[in-house]
Design a protein around this ligand. Structure first.
Ligand code: GAP
Length: 490
């Protein structure tokens, strides 16, 4: 009889418990019962995240001669957020239930209702879709009374109180604020950045001048961003503290369509290179953010359906113009290339196409694609394994070094191999438990190669190398292990 394995429906809960059990992710401040929608990366999660970050950085900064990186501070002058429009516009429509006092993001409340509707009665799926289409158009028109009507008309209830006793729909700003300096002094309200992009915009001239950058060129950055998400859902999908990998590409006005298409394709290719079998699609924005003239998401089919992993936005010259107005500093570029009439393009405010991916969402995507429960049962015995089939280059550990036993000098030989390999890639030494158990543990962490050192190693200098995905084992010279792994993890 086959072992019972998880289905797609309970894939997310299975991944969440796997992450906790194997040291990928923990709820923040768990000993105090946790902080909602905030997570800590454990010893293997931090490696996975770092490797994805490096893959992105390499593809942006090292592979493009006209893209450079920066690392701007999280705190920025408060006027930045006035200029960018975040103080006035960075909000979501919310509704409160008067009985439970629970606050909902309107789109989440409606989507949750529709999901339940079609789950309870599949014949209602069409009605659910109609509600979603209506919601999209009401959101696009900022029609808050229409949204409330939609909720009340369909008798959507609060999950806590079970009542339909709702306030009006109102906008709530998502930025966290704090005070600069001690409160007794001349305190000033500053914000934790809700996107990393503004650190790039305010440094446009610094980088352009010191790097002698010529348009078109890009500035890339990875860093923390903070949003006071009212309803945080889906594990690390929607967090209050998260990491973004953003690139602003500065271009000549009028070329934005061409560059928007270029970056859409380039970014989809990056995703597909990492996970060729994953399901992706583009989703064009109906309602554009205050800064954009075109925008779309790259969506991935998470266990909870197609959701955004990355946004590609044609941001016009909105941000640079706003910073020019608010700072009263000229933020322009002199383009001495010639147009078709042989005239220099001269001074202008560059347009921007941005690519913006959530690093934590990329981690979740990787876990969803990689997590597999395999039935290994034979006629004689029931067996299964959980394996993370991560691409080698993002796997936390590249090589497990496992002496068959501690004694007879095998541990010493294994340590020699560790010394040979560890400055080239992350190796993990383990001598406890049976070799079978150790292999399973390395599978669960996504380690692509394990090497076993046994008595034959002492005689002929060979070891057994085991491949994670096929579980195939072969005998190779120990001195070749480093190069075999290096070739495979590049
Ligand atoms: N600079 C543009 C910008 O910030 P966005 O669509 O709001 O655009 C970009 O965010 C990406 O950041 C999203 O595609 C998503 O991957 C990630 N992201 C946004 N909010 C998030 C949250 N609360 N938790 C985790 N990731 C988030």
């Amino acid at each position: 009889m086959a072992t019972e394995l998880n289905t797609k429906e309970n894939l997310l809960p299975a991944i969440i418990s796997h992450c906790k059990e194997y040291g990928f992710l923990f709820q923040s401040s768990e000993i105090y019962d946790g902080l909602s929608a905030v997570y800590d990366y454990g010893q293997w999660g931090v490696e996975l995240k770092k490797n994805i970050r490096e893959t992105w950085w390499k593809s942006m900064v090292y592979m493009n001669e006209n893209i450079v990186g920066i690392d701007a501070a999280i705190f920025m002058h408060p006027t930045t957020w006035k200029a960018s429009g975040h103080v006035d516009n960075f909000s979501d429509p919310m509704i409160d239930n008067l009985d439970s006092k629970k606050r909902y993001r309107v789109d989440h409340l409606i989507e949750g209702y529709v999901e339940l509707l079609s789950k309870e009665d599949p014949q209602m799926t069409e009605k659910g879709n109609e509600i979603l289409v209506k919601m999209e158009s009401l959101l696009a028109a900022d029609d808050f009374s229409g949204l409330k009507q939609l909720i009340v008309y369909n008798n959507m209830k609060c999950a806590v109180s079970g009542t339909c006793n709702w306030t009006d729909v109102r906008q709530f700003n998502l930025m966290f604020s704090t005070q600069l300096g001690s409160v007794a002094e001349d305190a000033d309200t500053i914000y934790l950045r809700p996107e990393t992009a503004q650190g790039i915009f305010v440094n446009f001239l610094n980088v352009q001048k010191t790097g002698r950058m010529k348009i078109p060129f890009g500035i890339a950055q990875v860093g923390k961003a903070f949003r006071n998400e009212i309803v945080a859902r889906g594990f690390i999908f929607r967090m209050r503290e998260f990491e973004q990998m953003e690139m602003q590409f500065f271009i000549r006005p009028g070329t934005q369509k061409q560059w928007y298409e270029h970056w859409k394709e380039a970014r989809l290719k990056w995703h597909k290179d990492l996970f060729p079998n994953a399901n992706y699609r583009f989703h064009d924005h109906l309602k554009l953010a205050h800064y954009a003239d075109a925008a779309c998401d790259i969506e991935y089919e998470f266990p909870m359906g197609f959701k955004e992993v990355e946004g590609i936005h044609s941001r016009t010259d909105f941000d640079l113009t706003q910073h020019q107005i608010y700072s009263k500093k000229k933020i322009q570029y002199f383009d001495n290339d010639l147009d078709e009439n042989g005239k220099a393009y001269g001074n202008y405010t560059p347009y921007v196409v941005e690519t913006s991916i959530g690093l934590d969402r990329a981690v979740l995507l990787s876990l969803c694609e990689a997590y597999q429960e395999e039935d290994l049962s034979t006629a004689e015995k029931q067996d299964s394994r959980v394996v993370l089939k991560l691409p080698n280059k993002i796997a936390p550990i590249k090589l497990g070094v496992l002496p068959l036993m501690k004694k007879d000098g095998l541990a010493e030989i294994a340590r020699e191999l560790m010394v040979d390999c560890r400055e080239h890639f992350y190796c993990f030494y383990e001598e406890k438990d049976s070799i079978g158990k150790r292999y399973r543990r390395m599978d669960a962490l996504g380690t692509p190669f394990c090497v076993t050192i046994d008595h034959q190693t002492k005689e002929d200098g060979t070891v057994t190398i085991r491949h994670r995905d096929s579980m195939a084992q072969e005998r190779v010279a120990m001195k070749e292990v480093k190069d075999i792994v290096l070739r495979a993890v590049k």
